[in-house]
Write a protein of this length. Sequence first.
Length: 52
Amino acid sequence: MSDRKIKVGAAQLGPINLDHSRQEIIQRLINLMIEASDSGADLVVYPELALT
């Protein structure tokens, strides 16, 4: 069995203002992904309903 390790980042989105466009929300998700990647994350997970 080989040792395979990955670093996982959990994105905490926080409240979404209903006035924000879908594009603004997606940009927030992308920014969180970039921040996690810059911190060394190999995988980023978002809340279950982040895109709904």
